[in-house]
Design a protein around this ligand. Sequence first.
Ligand code: BGP
Length: 487
Amino acid sequence: MPTAYAPKKNIPINKAQQNGNDFITSPPVLPKFPDGFCWGLATASYQIEGAPKADGKGKSIWDTYAHTPGKMKNNDTGDVAIDHYRRYKEDVQLMRQMGAKGYRFSIAWPRIFPKGTGQPNLKGLDFYNRLVDELLDAGIKPYATLYHWDLPQALQNKGGWQTRETPKAFAEYAGFIAEKLSDRVKHFFTINEFQNFVDMGHCGIEMTVQGKPVQIELAPGLKLAPKELNQVAHHAVLAHGMAVQAIRAKGKKDTKVGPAEVMFCGVPVIDTPEHVKAAKTATRHLNARFLDVMLTGKYSDSYLKEAGKDAPQFTDEDLQIIASPVDFVGINVYIPKMYVMASENESGYSKVPMNVSHPKMHSPWHTFSPEVLYWAPRLTHALWKPKEIYITENGCAASDEVSSNGEVYDTDRIMYLRSAMGQLQRATSEGIPIKGNFVWSAFDNLEWTGGFGTRFGLVHVDFKTQKRTPKLSAAWFKEAARQNAVV
Ligand code: BGP
């Protein structure tokens, strides 16, 4: 852990200190999180594991996409990534030293079913058995995501998420994993960021940040028309529902399951009843294809009206499956989708344009709006009342260079975490049942098309030597987890 941040006792701080009322002798009152709050870290298989062919693993759409010229920054690929497949023991020890209480990792579907369905590959499963055992030995609770975007290429070749066969295959895989791991893994997330993998992977998106256009694409890099895209979205939520049922059928009784969605949040521009009401309406609409249908069992009238002839084809039985009861809702929260104000137009809300000077973090898309960590769980609670909420991702990229004394002073990340976690604490203090937060990410990793240039980790990784160096933010995280408070 970096040590340079320790307060030097001989430096006078201010007048209060001279009065004997400084933070050394009388610590500030820290806003605490509820007892048992999970201070967690998150990663995903393709971004860290490497070993794309080890122990019988099949190809995923990311293996294909990353090797397609022009798709990845600097032609980076996940072939080695941070070599976590081989170094997982060291990585678990690092997380233990950082005081992590939980670890959200994802399982690479093509390690378990190299062709997507059929015969399971037990050697692939063994890796996750070893990882889970190592985590439990280190006192870290495992939280497994079943799909963090690495679809078996064999399924993509048969139509991928455009066909109903993929949800069926996903449920088969989910049930198999629950049967094998739920004696030790008690929390499963079905799918990571429905909204992003559907839209960015099957159409591509464009947003404007600080007046500049930002385009984002993910594997498999398709360009579908709106109707086909809505059908992909429908298959994604159907896969979620079928997986929930398969996990209930095959897992131990105390297994908990829910989605890990990127919540599209409308943040009220000012906290007044009319703007909050507008933000609630906007947020329901922004999540119509995903959280809203999963948690209400119906596509909202406003969504179906807006989609018109491009609406997906679905049956009542589909809707029942999609809305299979979940134990919790996971939400990834980085940015508001928009600031919202009340309006007299038909929808009841309007989007407030974001100022060009609105500050941002290091990633091109990452506007700095920490209050979304308050509003996202608050509106999730107000709209859908899930039993429990997890913030399954939140964090930021930074420039992060190792300084001459070997330490990484990521002060901007600490500023970000302090601000974001302060807002989250505010939500818990209102009684919203938020059970934990997983910082993205435990380690620097392959940030999709951004490659290795975008560093999100609390632990720095030298991608040439694979040397791991905890950053200053790792020391911040450790202290915050120890005190269960924003420090
Ligand atoms: C989320 C993904 C993560 C992670 C993170 C950082 O959308 O679930 O896998 O990558 O964003 O974003 P990015 O790598 O796109 O900058």
